[in-house]
Design a protein around this ligand. Structure first.
Ligand SMILES: *C1O[C@H](CO)[C@@H](O)[C@H](O)[C@H]1NC(C)=O
Ligand SMILES: *[C@@H]1O[C@H](CO)[C@@H](O)[C@H](O)[C@H]1NC(C)=O
Ligand SMILES: *[C@@H]1O[C@H](CO)[C@@H](O)[C@H](O)[C@H]1NC(C)=O
Length: 270
């Protein structure tokens, strides 16, 4: 879930006041893809969703200005600038970025919805890398419902499964590729979250839109998941073109001390 609390900005390098005057050439056109090939005289990078013949699958969305942003119709907008550029006489290009931490594929820490956890320092740097890395099950959930207790029960996820990526109607609807935020996305209802916590060994919950919790149960579902400080929520995963089944999941958030959310890179290995 993005920006319920004041967004904490992710700052790489020093964010100076020169930002406005230095648009980023990769995004000048406003296009979702960053095609610099024309400027680079035909040199074209190989952009991939899979590596090693499909053994390694990237399930992270690349950042672009038209990604949906929480409760906004405008998308993420400009988040990269180039204050130092070779075109302008610098010895190297040096970009700067500025993003709400719950943008694109990201992780939530307990401090996101519990003030006492936030104050006590349960930030993304405290998340367990063992939970974030290991065998994971990708499952398809029924397309006509949000994730309720009844749906959870019907999935028959065996005990011992610790990481589950839930693929929903959100993937079919390509919601992460739509600039306008859509409140009708599928997510966990409070009773579904409670059922998972009470009846499974799942400690990592992944989903394919900006929040694991359905909009109607936004805070209640987050509270259920994060209260025990054992469950890690990974949101806005790119789960299209991946077969259901067991994979080795690898997710690494940034070490943003003090932040209750972070961009995260997640891959699956067959
Ligand atoms: C870096 O500088 C080169 C040379 O001026 C320019 O062609 C290129 O667009 C710049 N790279 C980026 C990512 O802006
Ligand atoms: C180069 O500097 C000019 C003048 O300050 C500015 O308008 C332009 O946006 C800069 N270009 C880049 C790529 O930073
Ligand atoms: C899921 O819940 C949202 C409200 O949070 C609702 O708009 C949507 O229609 C529901 N989706 C399904 C498939 O029932």
């Amino acid at each position: 879930m993005a920006s319920i609390t004041v967004p904490i900005l992710l700052l790489l390098q020093t964010l100076t006041l020169t930002l406005a005057s230095s648009a980023h050439p990769a995004y000048d056109s406003g296009a979702a893809s960053c095609d610099l090939s024309a400027a680079a005289g035909g040199l074209r990078p190989d952009r991939r969703e899979e590596y090693d013949g499909g053994r390694i699958l990237d399930i992270t969305h690349f950042y672009h200005r038209d990604m949906p942003s929480w409760e906004s119709d405008e998308g993420v907008g400009q988040f990269l600038w180039l204050p130092k550029s070779m075109k302008n006489g610098s010895l190297a290009n040096n970009s700067e970025m500025r993003l709400p931490t719950h943008t694109g594929t990201h992780v939530d820490a307990p401090g996101h919805v519990f003030q006492h956890y936030f104050e006590a320092g349960f930030d993304v740097d405290t998340l367990d890398l063992h939970v974030l890395n290991g065998p994971a099950l990708l499952v398809d959930v029924p397309r006509d419902k949000n994730i309720t207790a009844e749906v959870m029960e019907s999935l028959h996820i065996p005990r011992g499964v610790r990481r589950v990526l839930f693929r929903t109607l959100n993937t079919d609807r390509k919601l992460m590729w739509k600039k306008e935020f859509d409140t009708s996305y599928v997510g966990f209802m409070k009773d579904g979250a409670q059922w998972l916590v009470d009846n499974t060994d799942i400690k990592l919950v992944g989903i394919d839109y900006l929040s694991v919790a359905a909009f109607d149960d936004l805070i209640p579902s987050h509270l259920v998941f994060l209260e025990g400080r054992e469950t890690i929520l990974v949101e806005a995963l790119k789960l299209e073109n991946v077969a259901p089944g067991i994979y080795s999941l690898h997710c690494l958030p940034l070490r943003l001390r003090g932040a209750e959310g972070s961009p995260i890179r997640c891959i699956l290995i067959k």
